[in-house]
Design a protein. Structure first.
Length: 330
């Protein structure tokens, strides 16, 4: 009925008396009109409706409106001013990404590394409240991007990942240790490493389980992803006849990756194609939810005064006109 809630909403039902007043007024006016038998209507042809009668009807309408306004005022309309305060508690995440030569395998389209980059970038763009770091590893490890909330920078550094940027090999432990180093000083509610590799640890001075122990000490959860189809995968290799695609055996140390995840409270996944990799990142996204703490506030303000004032003014106007003006009209 109105754009305001009411402190006394039941009083609004009193507005139902207004139609009753109108009906009563109409009936009363009809009884006041005496029945007169006349032989012709010629007498009334030059007679208009008396101004006094018109004014009386207008004053009744003013009175009805005034009573309605006073009823609304008694119901005490109130406006509500509300606002909310949102606090975001994000997650710090390091993407630890394998760039070794075996990531050239074409069981993912166009290859494992490019598929990894596409899915990781989509994951970053879907989490606006978190901070990310990017670590690349093969036989060595390198921090591509320190912890930052600038998603554009993170995505750019993911795109910069390429083959040959580091000595070839697979140093899973070293990559994990470097990732831990990016997060150990973090004060975030949750610290996460997503480690993706397609091989067996065969390089580096730190073993994967040793690095996992360090991650556990710093309260960092590690999700590990083994990338590669079952059995063999087509990999381009350089021969005396030029580059050729050969089927090569897929070797992933799933046992170690499972232990790393278990030790840190994470989870191990196996991705056999790009679609499965997207599903895995989606599952991690659901497991690692950012906390949004929203507090709602509201304040009520009394809005009855304009209705009360207008109702009183109209009643005063009706009274003055009825007893001062109307009585002076012959």
């Amino acid at each position: 009925m109105w754009n305001y809630p009411f402190a006394n909403p039941r009083l609004i039902y009193l507005l139902a008396i207004l139609p009753l007043l109108i009906v009563f007024y109409v009936l009363r006016q009809s009884k006041r009109t005496a029945g007169v038998q006349i032989s012709s209507l010629s007498f009334f042809s030059h007679q208009g409706v008396p101004f006094r009668l018109i004014l009386r009807h207008i004053l009744f309408g003013v009175q009805v409106v005034a009573i309605g306004l006073l009823i609304v005022a008694l119901a005490r309309p109130q406006s509500t001013e509300s606002w909310s305060e949102t606090q975001t508690e994000g997650i710090d995440i390091t993407l630890c990404m394998d760039v070794s030569g075996s990531m050239r395998a074409m069981d993912f389209k166009p290859n494992r590394l490019e598929a990894e980059k596409d899915v990781a970038a989509e994951f970053v763009n879907g989490r606006p409240n978190d901070r990310f770091a990017v670590v690349a590893f093969s036989a060595e490890s390198f921090t591509m991007c320190p912890l930052t909330s600038d998603r554009a920078v993170v995505v750019q550094q993911i795109d910069n990942l390429k083959f040959g940027m580091l000595e070839d090999g697979t140093a899973i432990g070293l990559g994990l240790a470097t990732s831990v180093n990016r997060l150990k000083e973090s004060k975030a509610r949750s610290k996460v490493i997503i480690l993706l590799t397609d091989g067996v640890n065969n390089a580096g001075s730190i073993g994967p389980l040793t690095a996992a122990e360090i991650a556990k000490e710093y309260g960092i959860r590690v999700y590990t992803i083994g990338v590669g189809s079952e059995g063999t995968a087509p990999i381009p290799v350089q021969t005396i006849f030029g580059q050729q695609v050969q089927q090569m055996k897929v070797e992933i140390d799933e046992e170690v990756l499972q232990k790393v995840a278990d030790m840190t409270g994470g989870k191990y996944f196996r991705a056999t194609d790009k679609e499965k990799l997207e599903e895995i990142y989606g599952e991690i996204d659901n497991m690692e939810k950012t906390i949004l703490d929203t507090r709602n506030y509201s304040k009520r303000k009394e809005e009855y005064f304009p209705f009360l004032l207008l109702g009183v003014v109209l009643l005063a106007f009706e009274t003055v006109v009825r007893y001062a003006v109307l009585k002076s009209i012959p």
